[in-house]
Design a protein around this ligand. Structure first.
Ligand code: SAM
Length: 255
């Protein structure tokens, strides 16, 4: 069967232990450079993304939905509604649960999903989830690094709030630059909740304790992270959800 991990020449696995018995026997042998794990990810999110034992438990739609106060499906739908069957779409970081499979399904027939991440265990897990979608590729890339191709769309789901400010700028520019004229870059992420939102005090504590780079998104527009030339090449719109706690920002590249 034409599984993604059998057809993806750009998946590199040299960062994994060569004797790891859990690796699929059909793993590709070609090697592409694996990006370094960024310092913020090691410092803040090792427990969430870099520890396979925990990741296995966290990697369910139920957990993601709980973290998002029951809004996962709504936010997924909001993001996916911007894309159409037949398009080639970049997802620049893995997402727990069935997000990538739903996005891959949305692009069928004829579309392509390209998922990238910096963490080997996340790449492996995502490849396993996309075995039914042979038009999907899962590989290594740092979302802040420039891409060498244009996509019809980019779907950046809850990545920006996990990265420091300089990284937010680099990621936003890199993803905008990877979007073809007429295409869309879509960001779904946290936003500043209304002052009377009952969850606001809880979220502020959660951000302070666990997600130190998230609070900036309650103050800054995502557009403000783009360099001026790129920002001006796009039209921007924003919608908020759940009392302003979440946002979708769509940047559409002028033809
Ligand atoms: C999209 S974010 C969080 C999404 C959401 N909390 C979830 O997983 O359901 C999580 C992923 O981002 C990846 N990541 C973090 N920084 C990255 C970067 N600079 N480039 C690519 N992937 C990155 C992590 O390895 C992790 O797999």
């Amino acid at each position: 069967m034409n599984k993604p991990h059998a057809v993806v020449p750009d998946v590199a696995l040299e960062s994994l232990d060569k004797d790891d018995p859990d690796l699929p026997a059909s793993r590709p042998v070609s090697v592409q450079s694996v990006p370094e794990i960024p310092e913020y990810l090691r410092k803040v999110y090792t427990w969430a993304y870099l520890t396979p034992a925990y990741s296995r438990y966290l990697d369910t739609s139920l957990v993601v939905s709980a973290i998002l106060w029951g809004n996962m499906n709504r936010l997924m739908r909001a993001g996916f509604s911007e894309f159409e069957p037949g398009q080639s779409v970049l997802q620049p970081a893995c997402v727990y649960g069935s997000f990538s499979a739903h996005l891959a399904a949305r692009l069928q027939p004829g579309g392509h999903l390209h998922v990238t991440d910096v963490a080997a265990n996340q790449v492996e897990a995502c490849r396993a989830k996309l075995t039914d979608y042979p038009n999907s590729l899962v590989g290594f890339a740092d979302a802040a690094h420039p891409r060498d191709r244009d996509y019809d769309g980019v779907c950046c789901f809850f990545l920006l709030h996990e990265v420091p400010e300089d990284y937010k700028r680099r990621i936003v520019d890199s993803l905008l630059a990877a979007t073809r004229p007429g295409g869309k870059t879509v960001f779904v992420d946290y936003h500043g909740p209304h002052w009377a939102h009952p969850l606001r005090p809880i979220m502020i504590v959660v951000w302070r304790l666990l997600e130190p780079y998230a609070i900036a998104l309650s103050k800054n527009e995502i557009r403000s992270y783009a360099s001026k030339d790129l920002a001006d090449a796009f039209t921007w719109r924003k919608e908020t959800y759940f009392g302003g706690l979440y946002q979708k920002v769509v940047a559409e590249r002028r033809p």
